[in-house]
Design a protein around this ligand. Sequence first.
Ligand code: ADP
Ligand code: TYD
Length: 205
Amino acid sequence: MHQRSQKSSFRYIAFEGIDGSGKTTQAKLFVEFLKREGKSVFFVREPYNEKLRNILLNENFNDKAKLFMFLADRSELADLIFEKLKESIVVSDRSFFSTLAYQGYGDKMDVEFLFELNMFALEGLKPDVVFCIDIPVEIMHKRIKSRDFIESKGDDFFRRVRDGYLGLGKFCENYFIVDGSRSENMVFEEIVGIWKGLIGSQALS
Ligand code: ADP
Ligand code: TYD
């Protein structure tokens, strides 16, 4: 199988977590931070394709059909990310880790198999760094206003997804779990601290 070769540095950064964890907020703050540092940054969110996003978020399909739509969307996006990585840092709101957490732990599909499927769809493209913003399900309820999706899935689903996220570190060398129950600023300070540590360690090696 063809595999993409990535430069070994911290260029593709994904933000992950359950709904309401604050990953969109943090990803956007991080984009602004990188721009202030003079970096060229490309921001994306998954699902990427607007038509597929609408279908995925608003229509009823069985779990496997949804899985293949997430994969189709991500496979197409991977071509774009791969091109952008030549010039820019890519910051992504979600990545294949969402599939491992939601479809794997939430919908109870085999996580190792999902990883293999993703590597096939992505030709091996993986985030270099994942910031997984962790909150308990109770905080998710307080923050999320669009209740339909949350209520249709139920708390046990989101507890499985959250617990799943906590164990996904083996799929990325730089997988950081950040406590998202604190203020936006405190969460962001921790993320920037981790980032500076990574960049510093790279400069030394
Ligand atoms: P996600 O992308 O993980 O669903 P968002 O960044 O969209 O999360 O945030 C969901 C809601 O919670 C928004 O209303 C946002 O303003 C709020 N929020 C984000 N981070 C925090 C935080 N650390 N503390 C309190 N509220 C937050
Ligand atoms: P979105 O509106 O982006 O939610 P959020 O603001 O929480 O990121 O909707 C994305 C939804 O799709 C979210 O509930 C997670 C789900 N999802 C999966 O189940 N699998 C995936 O692979 C991806 C990318 C998203």
